[in-house]
Write a protein that binds this ligand. Structure first.
Ligand code: ZN
Length: 370
């Protein structure tokens, strides 16, 4: 298979051709003759997504199928089904279900790379749309109860100021879990202690955390000033006002910005009412909120829209694409995909000039043929 167009490489957009053999990029040829072709990027990777297209990640195996297929249509070729805060038994069932499903996940859907847990070790004071009934402190839970969650767990959210949090972060980091700090009232010092203990990332920076106050700097300041720390950004224009985006992209090294959708299961289904982790939620237009409140309950966005938003806000396209591809993959230690380079898996997205998804390839075959 040969894919032609304007190739979004690591640091530049270059007209040319990708030669695909056995699902892998075998050669990258530059050729000015392809300058009129579509934009071609690596497949997008969503490491924080609770559902899509009416399918909840915490639902049945059919829901996982449906979610994976809905995401692929938006150019997402790899993802982590993400649980919200729930009882440990519910989370163990979720983990078992995802693990059993992964080998049989549909090839015409985004590929699961494991799973993510948003909580339950978070602050009740910054719970956002997480159900407070299931929030616990790290000190109150025995490691024996957590051990069954570890296989396949790629990322999880912890508030570093909680009793026992630093020990838990270190324990998870030893198991190669990328801990993200968030849903937290940490001071800047407590945030730094969390990263020092082994946390690698930050759950939707600025949302559900202490922020940038010049006298009482919070977790967002630690996240933005610790160069090694990744930050998730929900760039839908609602979670973080676009006026703050330059503060994030100028502060963080370019390889530490991770776009996530934080989408909830009603994403892609229009206006409607539903429930999330036992809480009533409503979708109106492009916002999801706890019913009757202004509290955001995840998003109804997808990574293609967020890449477009960052590009329109002035970020170079290769940097915006990196934030939706190789950066989240680097966070979770996956290196076989995410770049248009020889030897990489041919997970590809073809975009039109408005950055809308036209075709999507996974493993070197067009699964969404356009
Ligand atoms: Zn979330």
């Amino acid at each position: 298979m040969i894919v032609r167009g304007r190739l979004v490489l690591d640091d530049a957009i270059v007209p040319g051709r990708l030669h695909i053999e056995d699902g892998v990029i075998a050669a990258v040829d530059t050729d000015v003759a392809e300058i009129g072709g579509p934009l071609v990027t690596p497949g997008f990777v969503d490491v924080h997504v609770h559902g899509w297209g009416g399918h909840d990640a915490m639902g049945t195996r059919a829901d996982l199928d449906g979610m994976a297929r809905a995401l692929l249509r938006r150019g997402v070729t790899s993802f982590l089904p993400t649980a919200v805060t729930a009882g440990l038994g519910t989370l163990r069932d979720f983990a078992d279900r995802v693990r059993a499903w992964m080998p049989e996940a549909p090839v015409d859907g985004a590929e699961p790379l494991g799973f993510s847990l948003e909580g339950p070790f978070i602050s009740p004071d910054r719970k956002g749309a997480q159900n407070p009934d299931f929030i616990v402190t790290p000190a109150s839970v025995d490691r024996v109860e957590l051990a069954p969650l570890l296989a396949g767990l790629r990322t999880t959210t912890i508030a570093p100021e909680l009793d026992g949090a630093l020990d838990l972060i270190a324990w998870l980091a030893e198991s190669d879990v990328a801990v993200a700090l968030g849903h937290s009232v940490a001071t800047v010092e407590q945030g730094r202690a969390g990263y020092s203990a082994g946390a690698r990332s930050t759950t939707h920076v600025f949302n559900a955390m202490t922020g940038v106050d010049h006298r009482t700097p919070g977790l967002a300041v630690a996240a933005l000033t610790e160069d090694d720390a990744y930050v998730e950004l929900v760039a839908d224009g609602h979670h973080v006002h676009p006026a703050l985006w330059p503060i994030i992209v100028r502060t963080k090294p370019a390889d530490r910005l991770v776009l996530v959708s934080d989408a909830m299961y009603l994403a892609g289904t229009g206006d409607g009412d539903g429930s999330l982790g036992g809480l009533a939620v409503e979708v109106r237009g492009d916002r999801a909120t706890l019913a009757g409140t202004q509290t955001l309950a995840g998003s109804v966005t997808a990574l293609d829209l967020e890449v477009r938003n960052l590009f329109l806000a002035g970020l170079p396209l290769p940097a915006a694409v990196a934030a939706a591809t190789r950066n989240p993959l680097a966070l979770i230690g996956v290196t076989d995909r995410g770049r248009l380079a020889v030897g990489q898996r041919a997970d590809l997205v073809e975009l039109d000039n408005d950055l809308r998804v036209v075709r999507v390839a996974r493993d070197g075959a067009w699964r969404i043929p356009g």
